[in-house]
Design a protein around this ligand. Sequence first.
Ligand SMILES: Cc1ncc(COP(=O)(O)O)c(C=O)c1O
Length: 376
Amino acid sequence: MSKLFNVYPLYDIEPVRARGSYLWDVNGTQYIDLYGGHAVISVGHSHPHYVEMLTKQLSDISFYSNSVRIRLQEELAEKLSELSGYPDYQLFLCNSGAEANENALKLASFHNKRTRVVSFTKSFHGRTAGAVAVTDNAAIVAPVNYKEHVQFLPFNDVAAAETGITDQVCAVIVEGIQGVGGIQVATDAFLQTLRRRCDQTGAVLILDSVQCGYGRSGRFFSHQFSGIHPDLMTMAKGMGNGFPVGGVMISPKFEASYGLLGTTFGGNHLACAAAIAVLDIMKNEDLIRNAETMGHYLMEGITRVGGHKELRGRGLMIGIEYDFAVETLRHQLLFDHKMFTGVAGKNTIRLLPSLALQKPEADAFLAALRGCLQRG
Ligand SMILES: Cc1ncc(COP(=O)(O)O)c(C=O)c1O
């Protein structure tokens, strides 16, 4: 019996090496990675600049607590605000997406002293107490995860948002593109309504950008398509390209005070080096634009292949919904064509490749998809 607590169904594949959009298993078999380890690999596996920055940092200093000055945090905050287009926002660093959402919810509640939170159907915000309470999946919410303060409104329903966001509401938390929920893109009208209702009621608008942020959509944040400015944006996944880093970008209207938030590991030297390397690579290699270009390329190709019920997404966050369960199709892609893909629900294939994906890998996927669908 395994000593591991058995919570993950596993593929019998053991990757031991990775580079760019490729993985190699213990037998030397090569795989194309269209899943990015669940949207985490943003700039490509083991990018030389990333490896160099982390290696150097490890040999200099890897950790000290937040009781001393860590210049790397300042550099990260500077570069992040520049690339994201939020020059006046502040940064709080932590270690994961759930933790970022916990801190955002706390900040909102400290700010307006309220407790009620509005979230949306099919949302996923993480597994820690506060984050899971605002997640719309009863199966992963334990009795101890108090959630009487949470109301779930229908996603993308403007009328429900108009009436459901009242001056009792502390925070509204929403994904710009729902990931686990099946790559559902929030409409501009919906996000604009949330922004307006939060302004009118004093509620805090939190954009959970853990999966759809960091360039994946073809903008730094997917909500930037709609022109709104949230109060808080949460991030993780692509931020460290595999090194655990999370963060909250915080509007200048929130005032910090000593002890308001805190963390042992958040913002450590290694995490900052990883996150700075990611931003450098994203900028130098124009990866946000590549995500947009390759997203269009894949969407057009998938449309030509056909056979799906609905194709959704933006940039390199793509959902292909079929009118059948996709388990067999994903197995064929993985075991016959050596390609990792993701899934949402039973019928939707989720593509979350590195933002550095190139045409040969996209073409290989399209050819494999066509082959699998023709074979049935
Ligand atoms: C939108 C969203 N928010 C939060 C999380 C939680 O992130 P983490 O697993 O890093 O805690 C996820 C993870 O899949 C996510 O997709």
